[in-house]
Design a protein around this ligand. Structure first.
Ligand SMILES: Cc1cc2nc3c(=O)[nH]c(=O)nc-3n(C[C@H](O)[C@H](O)[C@H](O)COP(=O)(O)OP(=O)(O)OC[C@H]3O[C@@H](n4cnc5c(N)ncnc54)[C@H](O)[C@@H]3O)c2cc1C
Ligand SMILES: NC(=O)c1ccc[n+]([C@@H]2O[C@H](COP(=O)([O-])OP(=O)(O)OC[C@H]3O[C@@H](n4cnc5c(N)ncnc54)[C@H](O)[C@@H]3O)[C@@H](O)[C@H]2O)c1
Length: 572
């Protein structure tokens, strides 16, 4: 579709001075964290540096520092129970750690959270928050540029344009605002925010401080590891932060390349394709699997291809690995070597202005001292059981030690991290709690959005085959929805997979306007065990997009004899 000739754009060639700052290791501004005791001050750590060596201090130094650390926490509620400094210490103040901390305070637990970089972690600083700010802009740009859409609403817009730096500032300002909201919410509730890198030095014992000087020791009845993840960059790919970069750099929007290759068509790749194409880039996807968006329900994936890929300036190569990527230099473009994913034979070399590497995330668990407690990570992830309790090398649960969020790899989503944290706090407060991961919704914030909960159709068919039950599938279209049509946004589909014998909802997938908001009726139904035969009588306001789901529930046929939630048989 596009020429593979060199077309190094002015935009990427003149990547701004701040890109150089990124390359040289400048950090985001420091949050308004609790001021630690003298000697414990924030040391401007870069995230990449967090996993570096930890040096043991002499016992005297540790004892002295320990009393300083304890003093720093005085006046912050009762001491931890049972002679511990804290009831709960959380390592990592991302959304997972934050969710756990807030719930712990509500449960009356004396709580500290240790953060080695900036409060808010990936989601707030380098993930959900700035990316959604960019997507808010791309949604509006796309709409304003769509003459046909505007005309059909009777609107006239002469031209749509944007100021790159102002868009970038919007994302950055939002991240700062949410970061300080998170920090203030913990401070207001009396959570001790301890600054530095945390390491587990023994059972119920943590040290923290500057990398190489983990001088402060605290004890805790329970410890939660919530150290998150970093971008995964496959071997052979050289990141320069200007022409070859990850989402960490892309979110700063230091340039809008004329032509960008996006390696990986998962969540990050797809969301950034929405941003870049709305802002004027041409995009080439490079995807190792045989289809784009391999993680989605295949029917939704196909529709997404029709709506989000084909009409846009996007082409793609599937079934290929980007085996080597060389950044642009000396007037040469970015070079991407593609090899066949199966045969590993060289297929083609792409020449583009820039490449975004969106090939997944790696857990950030180095330097946590897991070796001190006989825990061995699996590809870097901390092994946990269904209660998020950490498992040791012998397959036993380590008492009082939990791991939540991206670091355990169960479901790399912000709200999943937070929900796991809340579940752990419930357990340590004496109420057993197992989180149903199949009830956790996910959404991709493209225009229109995609959302899902539970099983895809192939997964449900596989489970049904194994366990010997039938499944049924119903679908409704946004084309018949009054609100969607009023907005002139009739593209979209909702699909439900369920058991006709029991009415159990197995999965719901939506592509369409505000799909990310619509999914919660289905995810809450799954979480609460509400069956189709019950929810189909729930009343939805008219005219709303929720009626897309109302119709979906009403279209489902549950066998006579299945009982509803009050245990009455369902009429045929
Ligand atoms: C571009 C992008 C967009 C995303 N969009 C969404 C979205 O829209 N919705 C969604 O649900 N998810 C989204 N995600 C995923 C989401 O950001 C993560 O799932 C979430 O941040 C995980 O939270 P966490 O608390 O496990 O880890 P993190 O947010 O990564 O936080 C971990 C924290 O621990 C700190 N830390 C690490 N090691 C130590 C140590 N030894 N001592 C002290 N501190 C330490 C880190 O500095 C960090 O602050 C997105 C991710 C990316 C990259
Ligand atoms: N809206 C959201 O909730 C949201 C948004 C962004 C990110 N996230 C989270 O962040 C995580 C990471 O996102 P992501 O998009 O990087 O990962 P992903 O796992 O969703 O997608 C990565 C894609 O890259 C492909 N790939 C891997 N190596 C490759 C190579 N060498 N060449 C070509 N293709 C290759 C994979 O086949 C896959 O399709 C996800 O787990 C997601 O949960 C969530």
């Amino acid at each position: 579709m596009y020429s593979t000739a060199m077309s190094l754009s002015a935009a990427s060639a003149s990547a701004s001075a701040s890109a150089a700052a990124v390359a040289s290791g400048a950090t985001a501004s420091r949050p308004n964290a609790t001021r630690p005791a003298a000697g414990l001050r924030f040391c401007g750590l870069r995230r990449e540096a967090l996993g570096l060596r930890s040096v043991r201090s002499s016992p005297q130094v540790v004892a002295a520092r320990r009393s300083v650390a304890a003093a720093a926490t005085a006046g912050n509620g009762a001491a931890g129970s049972g002679g511990f400094d804290y009831d709960l210490v959380i390592i990592g103040a991302g959304v997972g750690g934050h969710g756990a901390a807030l719930h712990a305070v509500e449960k009356g637990l004396k709580t500290a959270i240790i953060e080695g970089d900036v409060v808010g972690g990936t989601c707030v600083n380098r993930g959900c928050v700035p990316s959604k700010a960019l997507l808010a802009v791309s949604g509006r740009m796309r709409e304003l540029q769509d003459e046909h859409h505007m005309k059909s609403l009777g609107l006239q817009v002469s031209s749509a344009g944007y100021d790159r730096q102002a868009v970038a500032d919007h994302a950055n300002n939002l991240a700062s605002k949410i970061r300080s909201n998170l920090t203030n919410s913990m401070k207001a509730l009396g959570v001790d925010i301890l600054t530095g890198v945390g390491t587990i030095v023994g059972k119920q014992k943590v040290r923290y401080g500057k990398v190489g000087f983990l001088d402060n020791e605290i004890t805790a009845r329970n410890i939660i590891i919530a150290t998150g993840s970093v971008p995964f960059v496959p071997k052979g790919i050289e990141i320069d932060g200007k022409t070859v970069f990850t989402s960490d750099h892309a979110l700063k929007l230091e340039s809008v390349p004329d032509w960008i290759a996006i390696v990986g068509s998962g969540y990050i790749g797809l969301e950034f394709s929405d941003v870049y194409t709305a802002l004027g880039s041409e995009v080439t996807f490079v995807e190792a699997l045989d289809q784009l968006m391999p993680g989605f329900d295949p029917e939704i994936g196909k529709l997404a291809q029709r709506i989000l890929i084909n009409p846009r300036k996007i082409d793609y190569h599937t079934g290929v690995f980007a085996s080597k990527i060389t950044p642009a230099k000396d007037g040469k473009p970015v070079l991407i070597e593609l090899i066949d994913a199966k045969t590993k034979e060289h297929k083609e070399t792409l020449e583009v202005d820039a490449a975004l590497i969106a090939t997944g995330r790696a857990p950030f668990t180095k330097g946590l001292g897991l070796e001190n407690i006989n825990v061995v990570t699996q590809r870097g992830f901390v092994p946990v059981d269904e209660r998020m309790q950490v498992m040791d090398a012998d397959g036993n649960a380590v008492p009082n030690l939990y791991c939540i969020g991206d670091a355990n790899g169960k479901l790399m989503l912000a709200h999943a991290a937070s929900a796991q944290g809340i579940s752990v706090v419930e357990q340590i407060s004496g109420r057993d709690n197992i989180l149903n991961h199949l009830s956790i919704p996910a959404a991709c914030f493209t225009h229109p959005e995609i959302s899902m909960v539970g099983l895809t159709e192939p997964q449900a068919r596989e489970q049904a085959g194994k366990e010997g039950f039938e499944i049924s599938v119903v679908k409704t279209s946004f084309k018949a929805n009054t609100k969607a049509l009023a907005e002139n946004e009739g593209d979209g589909l909702a699909k439900m997979i369920y058991r006709p014998d029991t009415g159990e909802i197995l999965g719901v997938h939506i592509l369409g306007l505000h799909a990310a908001d619509l999914i919660h009726e289905a995810s809450n139904a799954i979480a609460l065990g509400t069956r189709v035969q019950d929810i189909k009588f729930a009343v939805h306001a008219h005219p709303t997009l929720s009626e897309v789901l109302d119709e979906l529930f009403k279209a489902a046929k549950v066998n006579a004899g299945a009982s509803n939630s009050v245990n009455e048989p369902v009429a045929a």
